[in-house]
Design a protein around this ligand. Structure first.
Ligand SMILES: [Zn+2]
Length: 352
């Protein structure tokens, strides 16, 4: 790209950003900034409006053992994130289920699964006819999310995924998900779409789901040669995004939050047994400007490294994929998602 084309594109984006903030900030609250507007009254003390973008990435079926199996030759980009960010390879999926759609719904809502206990109620994992059209229908009540939280603050969001069942999220929050792009099983194409979107729009929050690991696991087994090959492909997609961030100053403020919905047992082709550590153990990572390097459990003494244990709802909690929504809200200077559970106090920090 030539310098002049680069400048032209950036100018166009800034112009679009101004138009966005003028049109979306509620006129009734002229003294408030967009971020303050969305804070719920009982949110933690004001922490200031943060000029930041968040890219949340969920690698479907990512058993953290993959990193050691691939090493720096096979996963240079993922390992760079883990080497320089705040991370753990011992976070947890949801308690009730270790399958894809319920766990992604928890990532986005901060809720547990069981609707009779205040959860989101998404207990299916396909998009067959007869399923509820929305999460609200599944829960039997209004359900908010990181998307609605950002939207209420006048921000912009996008969802990119490789499974058609992820249409549930745009269906559930049609006004708050500004863009939903689903390209079935096309991890590279969806990554390129994210890259272009980051460069052309001022997204506050982007969610990316990549499914190649899960596909290979179901086909040939977790940690099989086919799974490791998918891992190298996934790493290359992460590399595309990291190079994009490095090459474009307008993405200097972008923070990546990366986790998974579930893992999978070596040699097996399923991951639904909730008592198997290989299914419920997942990675969790925060990376970018202002994020310290180190172990997330050492940074967060109110959370507890669970070892191999399966922790339910009582006692000291591990870091979970369901912490994603309220962590991302916090990164953006926003209060917690109303009626969420995981990380509602927003104490989960990315600094020492
Ligand atoms: Zn999955």
């Amino acid at each position: 790209m030539t310098a002049s084309r680069s400048r032209g594109r950036r100018l166009a984006v800034i112009t679009a950003g101004v138009a966005l903030s003028v049109s979306l900030v509620p006129a009734a609250a002229p003294a408030q900034t967009p971020a303050e507007y969305a804070r719920v009254p009982d949110a933690p003390a004001a922490r200031g409006v943060v000029e930041r973008q968040v890219l949340a990435i969920s690698l479907d079926g990512f058993n953290p053992r993959l990193l050691k199996k691939l090493g720096r030759d096979g996963a240079p980009n993922l390992l760079r994130l883990f080497r320089t960010g705040a991370s753990t390879r011992n976070a947890r999926s949801q308690v009730e289920m270790t399958v894809t759609l319920p766990n992604h719904t928890s990532q986005l809502t901060g809720r547990r699964i069981d609707a009779t206990e205040g959860g989101h109620g998404v207990i299916w994992n396909d998009d067959n006819p007869g399923r509820p059209d929305t999460i609200q229908e599944a829960a039997g009540e209004d359900v908010e999310s990181i998307f609605t939280q950002v939207d209420a603050a006048g921000g912009s969001t996008a969802l990119f995924a490789t499974e058609s069942k992820f249409a549930l999220f745009k269906n559930s929050w049609p006004d708050a998900v500004d863009r939903s792009t689903i390209l079935q099983d096309r991890d590279h194409d969806v990554t390129v779409a994210v890259k272009r979107d980051l460069l052309r729009r001022n997204r506050d929050f982007t969610f990316l789901h990549l499914g190649a690991l899960d596909e290979a696991g179901h086909d040939k087994g977790w940690l099989s040669r086919s799974y490791l090959k998918a891992g190298r492909l996934i790493d290359a997609q992460i590399g595309i995004l990291l190079r994009t961030i490095k090459d474009h100053a307008r993405l200097d403020d972008l923070v990546i939050v990366l986790t998974a919905d579930h893992g999978g047992p070596p040699g097996q082709k399923g991951h639904s047994v909730v008592t198997d550590v290989e299914n419920y153990r997942i990675p969790f990572l925060v990376w970018g400007p202002g994020v310290d390097n180190g172990d997330l459990y050492e940074m967060n003494p109110t959370y507890g490294d669970p070892g191999e244990a399966r922790i339910e709802f009582a006692g000291t909690q591990p870091i979970r994929n369901g912490d994603l929504a309220n962590l991302c809200a916090n990164l953006l200077g926003l209060g917690p998602v109303p009626d969420s559970l995981w990380g509602f106090d927003q104490t989960l920090t990315w600094t020492n």
